[in-house]
Design a protein around this ligand. Structure first.
Ligand code: SAM
Length: 277
């Protein structure tokens, strides 16, 4: 039996093509530049409100690092990389934002870390590592599936045999990581983050399920002024990340619901995944 297929009319086809073009370009926020989303403003205040999971992240990574060295992708201001280095293992980093690197270098011990300014999809370093890691959802800063796949492949080529690639990320659709920002995947939403007499912070988001891109903007209104802090993220479910790992010749060795080895369950809000060569 031949199934009959209803072809969409012209107007529907044009609308669909327009939507697809907007989505398939990878970045939907008009004028958004991912290389600026962690610029001077964000870098200057990034460490003002630590996430609170630093000690347990470092303890987890320290065990896997052995004698090192370790490589952190999207090292930022060194929130994790720096205390890991202080625990006695050499830590190198890759980071796109000069402003974030400057913050890192200004911290005690920061200048001793070797940080390459570049795209973590390329892993632009020489040498092999028993531990490569990317934390705090930073894998989602790569805005296409292609870039995320490339990142896995390049990580694999820098792992020593048996080496570990650790990835920590919020599960797509979690209302908020604990503690941390919210990653709602509603088609669109506005949430009141702070409401004070002289200061209001709104979290405005739009999710495109065809590209898995969440476009978010924090709108900070205070003293009669308004600031916008946009970011785009491409979410990938753990199963999609596992397939990327397999394409890169890695396999999933362990998956936890947090840095303390919490079980990964249907109620987990994030995952800490260990891939190995
Ligand atoms: C949420 S912060 C995490 C920083 C740090 N790992 C931490 O845990 O605090 C994300 C970082 O990813 C960096 N980043 C975003 N896209 C990147 C890319 N394609 N290559 C390298 N770094 C990138 C940003 O500049 C920012 O420093």
């Amino acid at each position: 039996m031949v199934n009959s297929v209803q072809l969409p009319n012209r107007r529907a086809r044009v609308a669909c093509a327009r939507t697809f073009r907007r989505g398939s370009g990878g970045i939907v926020i008009h004028g958004f530049d991912p290389f600026r989303s962690f610029g001077d403003d964000v870098a200057a205040t990034y460490d003002d409100s630590p996430r609170g999971d630093e000690a347990e992240s470092v303890a987890f990574l320290r065990q896997l690092a052995g004698d090192g060295p370790a490589l952190e992708l999207a090292i930022g201001t060194g929130r994790i990389g720096l205390p890991l280095a202080n625990s006695g293992v050499r830590v190198d980093g890759v980071e796109q934002s000069a402003a974030m690197i400057d913050q890192l270098k200004a911290k005690p011990g920061g200048a001793e870390l070797s940080v390459v300014q570049g795209d973590m999809a390329d892993v632009p370093v020489t040498g092999d590592y028993p531990l490569v890691f990317v934390v705090f959802n930073s894998i989602y800063n790569l805005l296409t599936q292609e870039a995320q796949i490339r990142c896995f492949a390049n990580v694999a080529s820098h792992l020593t045999p048996g080496g570990a690639f650790v990835l920590e990320a919020a599960l797509p659709g979690t209302d908020e990581t604990e503690p941390g920002p919210s990653y709602r995947l509603d088609q669109q939403y506005v949430a009141a983050e702070e409401v004070e007499a002289d200061r209001v912070v709104l979290d405005v988001g739009r999710y495109d399920q065809s590209t898995q891109l969440l476009n978010k903007c924090r709108v900070i209104i205070e003293s009669g002024q308004m600031r916008l802090s946009p970011i785009a993220l491409r979410f990938a479910a753990p199963a999609e990340l596992d397939l990327m790992a397999r394409l890169a010749g890695l396999h999933l060795d362990a998956r936890w619901g947090g840095w303390r080895g919490e079980a990964f369950t249907s109620t987990s809000r994030r995952h800490v995944s260990v891939y190995r060569r």
